[in-house]
Design a protein around this ligand. Structure first.
Ligand code: NAP
Length: 313
């Protein structure tokens, strides 16, 4: 890596430090590309906010999300990757080397792997923004502890809602899962655990339409989507797990993406711009697992290596 003032030239720049980014860094480092990883605002990505990951192979007892992220990082650094606590906020992909402007300076990158992940969706209802951090949360691992012996409502019917809801039972006196249908999307194993848990109960065919409170969350207005009936339930907390939106706004107009904002890649993780790859949740609307993101990241780095090798002959 050569440095010209605050501009740094790198062969491989990786945006994001989740499983995809750090796996790409491991493979890029072992290919002697001396990759630089820009962590983004969340070191370790969303996986690092998960209390226990039970489905990453090699850890039969499960592994802490943050711990797994640290192991990924350590392994990538061991082979020569550099992890920078920095965030990209502007890219120019119109010519190589690609220009990436960050909080701390500017990079010129021969190849770029985008693993910027995804952020939780919001309900966009009255009171939600005002009471975020005062009872409304999108992260059980971060905030579950604050609800010791308190009543909590969880919105969503997917893996996140059930997994996080079950996690909150460690602290809360009760966890009520409010779902807009009468059928869950979550995997059977999580459904079974949630249905059998004595602290968990369900309200079906129902949406939350308003968060009520002053200094903190006090109650929620609910609406039954079948009957239209409205009710108010008292609660101390509202956890929202209704899916994610890819963090790809920065690439709008420069990279092809789906209507939902997922970067379009082929089976080699190549985007429509030669030398730019995308992996993990920024490019994956289908699987979004730690293991699949890690696999995509590795594939992207292998392809970036081949691209650079073909160039130098
Ligand atoms: P998800 O699978 O997309 O589920 C989102 C849930 O929120 C759905 O039940 C959906 O209802 C509901 N929803 C969406 N918009 C809503 C709204 N405006 N109001 C009320 N409810 C709304 O998202 P996720 O649970 O975050 O999971 C994302 C991916 O990560 C999935 O592929 C999942 O398998 C994976 N994941 C896996 C694990 C694990 O393996 N342990 C853990 C967490 C996440 P409908 O069902 O009616 O659409």
């Amino acid at each position: 890596m050569s440095t010209n003032g605050k501009e740094k030239n790198v062969k491989l720049l990786i945006l994001g430090s989740g499983p995809a980014g750090l796996s790409a860094a491991l493979y890029g480092a072992r290919a002697e590309l001396a990759p630089v990883v820009l962590t983004g605002t969340q070191l370790g990505g969303q996986a690092a906010l998960t209390f226990t990951i039970e489905n990453y192979p090699g850890f039969p007892e499960g592994v802490g999300g943050a711990q797994l992220g640290e192991l990924f990082q350590k392994q990538a650094e061991h082979f020569g990757a550099t992890v920078e606590f920095d965030t990209a906020h502007e890219v120019d992909l119109s010519q190589r080397p690609f220009k990436v402007v960050t909080d701390n300076g500017e990079y010129k990158a021969g190849t770029l792997i985008i693993t910027t992940g995804a952020s939780p969706n919001h309900l966009r209802i009255e009171g939600e923004t005002e009471l975020t951090g005062r009872g409304v949360s999108y992260c059980a691992t971060c905030d579950g502890w604050f609800f010791k012996d308190k009543k909590v409502v969880v919105v969503g019917g997917g893996d996140s809602a059930l997994e996080e809801g079950l996690f909150i039972t460690r602290y809360a006196s009760s966890v009520t899962i409010v779902h807009r249908r009468d059928e869950l999307r979550a995997s059977p194993i999580l459904q079974k655990r949630a249905r059998e848990h004595p602290k968990v109960n369900f309200i079906w065919n129902t949406v939350v339409t308003e968060v009520i409170g002053g200094e903190k969350v006090e109650a929620l207005r609910l609406k039954n989507v079948k009957t239209g009936e409205e009710t108010i339930i008292e609660t101390d907390g509202l956890f929202i797990f209704i899916g994610h939106k890819p963090n790809t706004e920065m690439f709008l107009g420069q990279l092809e993406m789906s209507d939902l904002g997922y970067i379009t890649v082929n089976d080699k993780m190549e985007t429509n711009v030669a030398g730019v790859y995308a992996a993990g949740e920024a490019a994956d609307p289908h699987f979004r697992q730690v293991v699949t993101s890690a696999g995509m990241g590795a594939a992207a780095a292998i392809q970036a290596t081949r691209f650079l090798e073909a160039e130098t002959g």
